[in-house]
Design a protein around this ligand. Sequence first.
Ligand code: FAD
Length: 435
Amino acid sequence: MAGGINPEQFCAKPTLIVMNVPDSAQPQQVAVIGGGPAGLMAAEVLSQNGVQVDLYEAKPSAGRKFLVAGKGGLNLTHSEPLDQFLSRYGERRARLEPLLRDFGPDELRQWALELGFETFVGTSGRVFPRDMKAAPLLRTWLKRLRSSGVRFHLRHKWCGWDENGALRFETPQGEKLVHARAVILALGGGSWPQLGATGEWVPLLRQRGVPVAALKPANCGFEVAWSEHFRERFEGQPIKTVALSFTSSQGFSFQQQGEFIITRTGVEGSLIYAVSSYLRDEIESAGNAQVYLDLAPDWTQSSLEQRLSRPRGSRSLASHLKRSIGLSGVKAGLLWEFVAKEDFSDPQHLASAIKKLPLPILQPRPLAEAISSAGGVRFEALDEGLMIRSLPSLFCAGEMLDWEAPTGGYLLTACFSSGRAAGLGVLEWLKTTES
Ligand SMILES: Cc1cc2nc3c(=O)[nH]c(=O)nc-3n(C[C@H](O)[C@H](O)[C@H](O)COP(=O)(O)OP(=O)(O)OC[C@H]3O[C@@H](n4cnc5c(N)ncnc54)[C@H](O)[C@@H]3O)c2cc1C
């Protein structure tokens, strides 16, 4: 998606060119671009250390995705032991571990508390603010940032650099050029682009030789070729408590119990998100993927067989399923969708289908619909302070870095943590380059 954007067309031609506005006359200390959790945390670290920060945000307000995350209760982080927590970042654990050891789940909870927002651990181990809302926390945080001197420039869309290395911003007043001693990009990934993170930065950085892994959907839904009948009847319905198993062609196995939702185009929801990175990668390498559902995880196959073997008399198959094993509604619908009619009259076949129903997965839903993005600026390009080695004074943080994690608070924690790391990186950089 973002790979196809022409950087020249990224910003609309400005109607008015404003050159040498006061901002550009005096080089700014630090420009943070992107007002999500990563950018705001970077700004906080810098301003608390006496650095003048100018924060640029394309949208009319900061933290829009953070606010939407609040609609789900704002799962800030997770309470599991740190080692387990770190394992959620998979192959990127080694890169993120130093950052998360410096500022991880406990530090994030303490930070929220100091801001005035106590957190609690839910039954799943996930951590939420007591009021489960993002808006009050964001409001208080922005107020604190403003009072510590951070200057916000809203409706400022960064469009790259001019030939003199100045940052170019598209603003309602026309183009604005800005020089800064250091810049932190915290532009987010490419999911839910209506909230500001569009992934349009990818070609801008690639053009400057920065290695960027293609943005891909993470924690996303998938397409399934439902029959018209199934779709019409069951779209929007939750499938509660099933066990989902998947084995990749490389032999990797996933098994988890949980819930998901039938959508018009396929499946989505927490259980699907949990397996989504494996399914996405399998589809990428093998063309398709198949998961298996255990529709009755509390039953053994033999007890199912026994119950299903009871005479059904004049009852319909649907009512036999319901009366004998309590299977009805969308779960029974899934059986009708994928099991051959003749297998319904064979208790053994039917029981095995209930315990291991194959669900063919076609492809992930588009990045724009995903909860988060995989891919981004490769860690190999960055130093420990998250500065792009080949472009000194340019730092990156947040979801625009090449990592992914499941839902459960891991996304926000790594965004806060990397924002802080980039802020600290800039502090070091300013010290070493002081004239
Ligand atoms: C529906 C939903 C629910 C979620 N719930 C949770 C949850 O409960 N827990 C969790 O851990 N995670 C959750 N997430 C993920 C989490 O919100 C993101 O991972 C996180 O917001 C990323 O932070 P960021 O600062 O890197 O980027 P973003 O929050 O995306 O912020 C990037 C900012 O940069 C700005 N920007 C982009 N391009 C430009 C430009 N060219 N010029 C100027 N500004 C620009 C954008 O407008 C945006 O404000 C959820 C995501 C979604 C979509």
